[in-house]
Design a protein around this ligand. Structure first.
Ligand code: ATP
Ligand code: MG
Length: 800
């Protein structure tokens, strides 16, 4: 189990700040300031010392943009141009935030805590907690993550009698999110809807938003949108924050969406707005790289960076051209790839680090062999003293690709850590317990309340739930209130009513303890024991492995870890309560858990998606799954705009590497029980051959198998003899008989064997039937999957 990194600043309590009078620079701070400029090139220096109008730093990867931002903050303080409380810095990773705080802490001591360094979301939460009354929220509002909001969307769609097949909740959630990112209200959405799809989305949006309000909850998009509204509709509040934040700094500006863009605008204020009040505009400094914009699917708009000069006519633009991160070989590969994108500003990025090692290319027969190569190579580098596991990162396009790497790494004993994926806070048991806390902090939170109503099972069924819901609607009271009046609700069986009364009494008792000041760790323990949650898991453990005992054990560990996180929080934050803990958790869960690449002696290999790699750097990088249909993603192949975004993602991936870069692909790959032969990624072809050292090429036998599969599928293919070949994508039927070229044989299984399935995960064999091609096994996967009967010839199953 990976341990969460509760690293956001959300838990900080100190909201006070020094008066907005800059201290006169002392002689000592003058010397400090000079020292901070050492080791910067002239353009970087310019950006760090710039004073006055808005500043835009645009530059390619690894040119020191983030470094400039960090140094600038330190410099402003050292030179006496700002107090910590006057600074708001927006970063995308906890790592960058940590670095900034550390540097400023060294400089000014505990006063550094008055500085806000956070993500957009954290900053908005802090503002909204302070101003909750103004926007009609209570201070203890809940923050819904994407899973919560999808549940609520489902309820809203049901209220409209929408067919879930035609209108899946996921799609509706995306549509609503897009509207919010454009700051469009439900009313506006209704008015401007011009077709059925848009009208449906608008209708769902309206109900969803009403229900969020009733639950005293905000989703992630709301956090930004509500804050923008707050600042726009309440000039006095806007004025308060403009006086406070004299310096606003934003990293990764290319990934801001419209709502975030407006937020920055509102916080800085225009000259006119500020001018009236005799307050000079705040100083804005944004840094970014249009070639690294990879969040268009969340509404990020490259135009925000491209239009900066027209939006802020008095802006100063600084360009950085020297890359300090990578070897020239790595940089040349990155430049060659991104050059294929149309309509971009051509940059002249160079490195003084020398050519370094060539880029290593490797074509594996399948994804298992690809992972085995990575593991072997990490071993080799470690033995040769060229790198430690902690300096290595493995990137892939989608979360699901991590599993094969995990399995192989476990088998060979290579320590690793997955960033993202099914994260700690997304695990069922953790969400269950947090839902209890949320209900205790915010009784109006209906989504959480209904989640735990019968968890663990206490005899409150769907029937009871729907009667209570009907009563609540009819009496126009909240769901929680209806539960409290269970004796008035018609149609409830005596046993169910007793169960509900017990549940309500327990919640009231816990609420009482919280009011008395009992902290979140103790409350969590009480929930686990008093509800029988732990007892139920323990029973499963005792029932043995076949009944899902292993998994239950893991769940108990996760809950213990959650209590640990709460305890840590209480130690860190004086007077930290349940609401504060929830706030921290909500934001950490959204942010990242990035380990420090150089940390410790050996360290562990980091596995992560390309999206979460933004802003980071590693001495050794493996960029895997370079296949058309995998990366670039299948969905994007026919769309030039989406393809351009995929290419920027490739650029981000390649430019994370400092000394060594590996580009790998698999000739065949099974996904969802299907075997696919994917051609080499076009990005691989875009890398000049003289930069590459091919360790292994595609094997002729695989090529022939792919060709046959393609012919069967009626496709058209060419299969040259270079390392990188143009080749039509084909998908065969179910995975053919094991034992073919590069494929796994039918596994010989016995009862009790541990196995891994591509889709269902790890399970235990409960029984085996039949022989040879007809061999079947019943496998217990536990959890939501349960027991499955599988035909071994076809199942993507492997013995562990
Ligand atoms: P990205 O676009 O990937 O976010 P970036 O432009 O933010 O990259 P940084 O992460 O700030 O770049 O810097 C890349 C690396 O170069 C870091 O290790 C940083 O410490 C180093 N670096 C930046 N400027 C200098 C400099 N003037 N001298 C030495 N090293 C530098
Ligand atoms: Mg950066």
């Amino acid at each position: 189990m990976t341990s969460p990194h509760p690293g956001t600043p959300a838990g900080e309590q100190d909201d006070r700040f020094a008066p907005a009078v800059p201290a006169a620079p002392s002689r000592r701070s003058g010397a400090d300031a000079e020292r901070l400029l050492a080791g910067l090139n002239p353009q970087q220096r310019l950006a760090v010392t710039h004073s006055g109008g808005p500043l835009l730093v645009v530059a390619g990867a690894g040119s020191g943009k983030t470094r400039v931002l960090t140094r600038r903050i330190a410099y402003l303080l050292a030179a006496g141009r700002a107090q910590p409380g006057e600074i708001l810095a927006i970063t995308f990773t906890n790592k960058a935030a940590g670095e900034m705080k550390e540097r400023v802490g060294e400089l000014v001591g505990p006063r550094a805590r008055a500085m806000w360094v956070s993500t957009f979301h954290s900053a908005c939460v802090r503002i909204l907690r302070d101003q909750a009354g103004v926007v009609g929220l209570s201070r203890s509002f809940s923050i819904y993550d994407s899973a919560d909001s999808q549940r609520l969307i489902t309820l809203a769609a049901r209220e409209l009698d929408l067919d879930p097949k035609r209108h899946p909740a996921r799609g509706l959630a995306v549509a609503v999110s897009n509207l919010k990112n454009e700051l469009i209200t439900p009313e506006q959405a209704t008015v401007q809807a011009s077709n059925d799809v848009e009208r449906t989305a608008a209708a769902v949006y309206a109900i969803y938003q009403r229900r969020l309000g009733e639950a005293n909850a905000q989703d992630f998009d709301d956090l930004i949108m509500t804050t923008v509204r707050l600042l726009q509709d309440h000039p006095d509040v806007a004025d308060h924050y403009r006086r406070r934040f004299r310096h606003v700094l934003v990293d990764e500006y290319q990934d801001t969406n419209h709502a975030q863009y407006m937020l920055v605008r509102e916080l800085v204020g225009t000259t006119a707005e500020r001018g009236d009040e005799g307050l000079p505009p705040g100083e804005l400094c944004v840094v970014g790289d249009a070639d690294q914009s990879i969040y268009a699917f969340r509404g990020a708009n490259i135009r925000n960076i491209n239009d900066f000069e027209s939006d802020y006519p008095d802006a100063t633009v600084v360009l950085l051209e020297q890359n300090y991160r990578s070897t020239q070989t790595i940089l040349s590969a990155a430049n060659a790839i991104i050059a294929h994108n149309p309509d971009r500003l051509v940059k002249n990025l160079w490195s003084a680090a020398g050519a370094g090692s060539p880029i290593v290319g490797y074509v594996a027969d399948n994804e298992h062999d690809e992972a085995a190569f990575v593991a072997q190579e990490v071993d080799r580098l470690t033995d040769a003293g060229d790198a430690s596991p902690g300096q290595v990162a493995v990137f892939y396009r989608t979360n699901a690709q991590s599993r094969v790497f995990e399995e192989v790494f476990i088998r060979v004993g290579l320590p690793y850590k997955v960033v993202g994926g099914v994260r700690f806070y997304e695990r069922r048991e953790v969400r269950d317990l947090l839902s209890y806390l949320r209900v205790l902090a915010n009784p109006a939170d209906t989504v959480s309340l209904r989640r735990i109503l019968n968890v663990p099972r206490r005899g409150i069924g769907d029937r009871t739930e729907s009667f209570v819901e009907a009563y609540a609607q009819q009496e126009r009271v909240g769901f929680a209130e209806a539960l409290r009046r269970i004796d008035e609700v018609p149609g409830i069986a005596t046993r169910s009513a007793t169960a509900v009364r017990g549940f309500v009494a327990l919640l009231e008792e816990l609420e009482g303890l919280i009011a008395e000041g009992v902290g979140p760790s103790r409350i969590l323990e009480l929930i686990m024991t008093r509800t029988g949650y732990i007892a139920e898991l323990e029973e499963t453990v005792n029932a043995g492995a076949a009944a899902g005992g292993v998994e239950a054990e893991g769940r108990i560990e996760n809950l213990q870890e959650l209590v640990g996180v709460a305890r840590e929080y209480e130690e860190r934050v004086e007077g930290g309560d349940v609401a504060g803990f929830l706030e921290q958790v909500a934001l950490v869960a959204d942010a990242d858990q990035i380990p420090d690449p150089e940390e410790g002696g050996g360290g562990v290999v980091t596995l992560m998606t390309l999206h979460s790699a933004k802003g980071l750097e590693f001495p050794v990088v493996f960029l895997t799954g370079l296949e058309d249909g995998v990366f670039p993603h299948l969905r994007t192949l026919g769309d030039p705009t989406e393809l351009a975004e995929e290419r920027r993602l490739a650029y981000v991936g390649v430019t994370r590497a400092r000394h060594r870069l590996y580009l790998t692909r698999a000739s065949s790959r099974s996904s969802w029980g299907q075997l696919a032969y994917n051609p080499a990624s076009r990005f691989l072809e875009e890398v000049p051959d003289q930069l590459m050292d091919w360790r292994r090429l595609a094997q002729p036998a695989i090529a022939a198998a792919a060709q046959r599969a393609l012919e069967r599928a009626g496709g058209d293919a060419s299969w040259g003899d270079g390392p990188v070949r143009q080749y039509g994508r084909v998908t065969t039927g179910p995975v053919p008989k094991r034992g073919g070229v590069g494929l796994r044989p039918i596994p010989a299984l016995a009862v009790g064997d541990k196995v891994s399935h591509d889709t269902f995960g790890v399970g235990v064999v409960a029984s085996v039937l039949g022989q040879a091609d007809k061999a079947q096994a019943e496998v217990e996967f536990g959890g939501d999957v349960g027991r499955k009967r599988l035909l071994l010839r076809y199942a993507p199953l492997e013995k562990l």
